[in-house]
Design a protein around this ligand. Structure first.
Ligand code: ADP
Length: 168
């Protein structure tokens, strides 16, 4: 049987921390699907199509990693992919409470699906999409936090906004 894991998230945008988790999961599972959540409620900076395209090109060299999007209940999406596990990243204790709740809720909804937590390399434990966006918004260098395609996309998205707010 092929072992498939789903790595869900907003990926707004993908960071090197996410990539680290993807690479670790790709060693454990036959197939990993990075599933970008629509999450309109979070008012993402990048559209769903943009977030998917950024992940897709960043994982292009990993043969057993695919990219998809979903807007349904996560456990329903996982079952529709015939996957056995959900992968989530744990950075610090601060992630634990929310992730613990989410994992137990998903188990209540479908007890066949396991949640696996992966810890990134220590240098990525302070990284989040939110912090990366904040640094980029203020014109800081994000090259060591995100893959090159994401760095370019952040520049294109935020440069016009920076220029217009600098004029005010
Ligand atoms: P969500 O909106 O679902 O939290 P994110 O895109 O922020 O989506 O994160 C997806 C998953 O990746 C979550 O499990 C989150 O804890 C994890 N994650 C985010 N940043 C990192 C990082 N730097 N290292 C490891 N895991 C991370």
């Amino acid at each position: 049987m092929k072992r498939t894991a789903i790595y869900p998230g907003s990926f707004d945008p993908l960071t090197n921390g996410h990539l680290d988790v993807i690479q670790r999961a790709a060693k454990l599972f036959d197939r990993v699907i990075v599933a970008v959540a629509k999450n309109e409620g979070k008012r993402p900076l990048f559209t769903l199509a943009e977030r998917v395209a950024l992940v897709k090109s960043a994982v292009a060299k990993l043969p057993n990693v695919e990219t998809d999007s979903f807007s349904t209940l996560l456990v329903e999406y996982v079952a529709s992919c015939q996957a056995q596990a959900i992968v989530r990243g744990l950075r610090a204790v601060s992630d634990f409470e929310f992730e613990f709740q989410l994992a137990l809720m998903n188990r209540k909804l479908d007890e066949k699906i396991e949640t696996i937590f992966m810890m990134p390399k220590d240098t990525y434990t302070f990284l989040s999409s939110r912090i990366v966006k904040e640094i980029a918004r203020l014109g800081g260098d994000v090259s060591s936090f995100v893959p090159p395609n994401v760095q370019v996309a952040l520049g294109k998205k935020l440069e016009p906004r920076r220029l217009s707010s600098a004029k005010k």
